[in-house]
Design a protein around this ligand. Structure first.
Ligand code: NAD
Length: 337
């Protein structure tokens, strides 16, 4: 019997990485996770890593650690690279921290991939690389003009992928996530960062009584209800996109970039109303001025990922996203996870 494919998951103790690591284990992959963890300068939680995965606490840009993960002369079949810092506001205040972690550590990881001949690399990119939307639905060819150091660091890493792997045997897929939300259906893992300021998370926190109110930043945008529109995507559909990406590369697919969203944006008001409906809690909402740099609408044209990777979303429902995020938030507060 041939051995299972060996995959390295960086940042596999974080929100997205832990969901994908779990799906990979369930799909028969031999998973190794490297993560800094919360107490060592990262944001991940050891308990979020699947039990069947090997785990190493450390930096994904540490060549000594990376080389120690497998016996000399052996290599990974794929690397899925989630590890990064992701707070936009913090990136504005501390850009060097973002370039050091998101760009320099990615460079070291890609160098390891090249030197050890890893055939497939999957990279977590973001809609933040587009900056302000220039069209109704963003395609992969839409201009990329990030408006904060976080987005710049991700675009620089995309560029490195292109150049570093333009020769050699490694092919890559970069997935540009839109707005991931929701939790795993088991309710064993979900968003667990205290500083997570995404709207669905903030609304779920208000619904469970962990925050007093939700603020709507701007009600005068040129949208149907005046609030911003975003393309929320269920974390389990996002996880599936990674599985499709790895299979695509295993079958010899060419290096490429894909949006991951539904192409069906919802407004801030829609999210608040849906969270109130699924939780049955009428939490307080106030309106505030627009925040600098918030585009009126950000939504993906998902036709490429559907066509090329064969990705078929199964949870394209704002209600389902809000319900699973709320149930997880409730559980983690009750059980002090
Ligand atoms: N969550 C989102 O809204 C979103 C949207 C678009 C793109 N992304 C991308 O998805 C990826 C995962 O995001 P997330 O929401 O799961 O964030 P997260 O903070 O929950 O997870 C990131 C994980 O990476 C770890 N990490 C950071 N730097 C590391 C390093 N140098 N070495 C090892 N581990 C390190 C952290 O400890 C954490 O566990 C990131 O690359 C992010 O840019 C996230």
């Amino acid at each position: 019997m041939s051995r299972s494919s060996r995959v390295l998951v960086t940042g596999g103790a974080g929100y997205v990485g832990s969901h994908v690591a779990r799906l990979l284990v369930e799909s028969g992959y031999d998973v190794t996770v490297v993560d800094l963890l919360r107490d060592h300068g990262g944001t991940g939680n050891r308990w979020a890593v699947p039990k069947a995965a090997r785990f190493f606490q450390g930096n994904c840009g540490d060549p000594v650690l990376l080389r120690s993960l497998l016996p000399h002369g052996e290599s990974f079949d794929a690397i899925l690279h989630f590890a990064a810092f992701i707070l936009v506001d913090e990136s504005v205040r501390e850009p060097l921290k973002y370039f050091e972690n998101n760009v320099v550590n990615s460079l070291r990881l890609f160098s390891f991939a090249r030197e050890t001949g890893v055939p497939s690399v999957i990279f977590s990119s973001t809609a933040a690389t587009y900056g302000q939307a220039t069209s109704d639905l963003l395609t992969e060819e839409s201009p990329q003009k990030p408006i904060n150091p976080y987005g710049v660091s991700k675009l620089m890493t995309e560029q490195m992928l292109r150049d570093v792997f333009s020769t050699g045997d490694t092919r890559f897929v970069a997935l540009r996530y839109f707005n991931p939300a929701g939790a795993h259906s088991s309710l064993e893992i979900g968003q667990s960062r205290p500083e997570a300021l995404h709207l669905v998370n903030v609304a779920a926190e208000a619904a469970v009584g962990a925050r007093k109110k939700v603020s709507i930043f701007g009600t005068d945008y040129p949208t149907q209800d005046g609030t911003c529109l975003r393309d929320y995507i269920h974390i389990e559909d996002l996880s599936d996109a990674h599985l499709e990406a790895i299979r695509y590369l295993e079958k010899g697919g060419a290096s490429d970039f894909f949006n991951v969203g539904y192409g069906r944006p919802y407004s801030v008001n829609d999210v608040i109303a849906t969270m109130k409906e699924v939780s049955g809690v009428d939490f307080e909402v106030n309106t505030a001025a627009r925040r600098a740099g918030d585009p009126a609408k950000l939504a993906a044209d998902p036709s490429k990922i559907r066509r090329v990777l064969g990705w078929i979303p199964k949870h394209d429902s704002l209600k389902e996203i809000c319900r699973s995020h709320y149930l997880w938030e409730k559980k983690r507060r009750e059980e002090r996870i």
